[in-house]
Ligand binder design. Sequence first.
Ligand code: PLP
Ligand code: ZN
Length: 410
Amino acid sequence: MGFVEGLKCRECGREYKVDPIYVCEFCFGPLEAVYDYKKIKKSLNRKKILQREKNLWRYKELLPIDGEPQVGLNSGFTPLVETKNLARELGVKTLYVKDDTVVHPTLSFKDRVVAVALTKAKEFGFDTVACASTGNLAHSVSAHGAKAGLKRFIFIPATLEASKITAALIYEPNLIAVDGNYDDVNRLCSEIANKYKWAFVNINIRPFYAEGSKTLGFEIVEQLGWNAPDNVVVPCASGSLLTKVWKSFKEFHEIGVIKKLETKVFAAQAQGCNPIAAALKSHTDVIRPMKPNTIAKSLAIGNPADGYYAVKVVQETGGCGEEVTDQEIIDGIKLLARTEGIFAETAGGVTVAVTKKLIENGCIGKNDTTVICVTGNGLKTQEALNGQMLKAHYIPPNMESFEEVLSNIK
Ligand SMILES: *Cc1c(COP(=O)(O)O)cnc(C)c1O
Ligand SMILES: [Zn+2]
């Protein structure tokens, strides 16, 4: 038996029973899972968590499933790396990277949300899963769905990087490449979701799917020795991850796993798709949708479903939003690789470059403990680095040629 009491509208508070639904019938507000925290407090504590396997299900009481986990049993519990070289370079004392570029089977944080969404889809009795994706979600639903024996329909913008398309197709889903941007794909999928009885992980299963992001936050707290950081920098596409990282800290506080919670939450976006950062910079909570144009395609959602709530979290915690250019994103990817040996995708470049700016403009203090969320692997977005790398030294196979090269290396 699970600990979810039902779903609740975030706007008008109306309550619903657990079903594959996502909007309030009365006010069209988004629905969210509601838990019985008193009951959870009695059955979940630090000791119990520590005894469990190191995957994202070690916090299962705080995830919206009723039975046992069925999907993603090898996902989660990614490293929290103390990045001393990067900290030195950026001029701060304590900096960590939550490294979701590794461990996950499809090498991005989407394996967290998909593990929860597909477990829930199975509980609901669906035999077909689907998603609207900017890339990483396509990989994750394709792979985990294959293992779970589910039929899969994956919708992507046709302009996605070739390597991202390959990394979905290898799992042999039905891949539908739509001539349009993510927001067009999403609109089409909402229509399809109304007509076909499929579990669209980020549409009709969204209230459950989104909860999977909390595991990133739970892990950060556990890996900091049961402490929440002073600052956390989170990349934003729909804004869901950011709201759920904050929710995870609040839940750990609520059930007594941590005593103190004073974290500031910061939103990181690309200048070419900055609806959340722009709202924060102009001190409003009104999201103005835009047409994305950035190399950070995994974050390219021009009309973010959770944008308003992400803005609220940042404002409420005293953080701020920041944005970076495509060149700064590339420099961010290179900086992280050069200093820490971590190869992040463009979304990671966004987070690193934004963190650099936040330190430079004083939003992040030099003595704070800061965690930056690096959410996807660089092998997936190599195209973005074309023409931006050092060149190899090409030589014939003899000592002379090598030593000539060597004499030119400082
Ligand atoms: C999906 C995604 C995000 C953020 O997703 P939200 O829609 O804001 O929850 C961040 N990084 C990567 C690499 C992603 O694929
Ligand atoms: Zn409502």
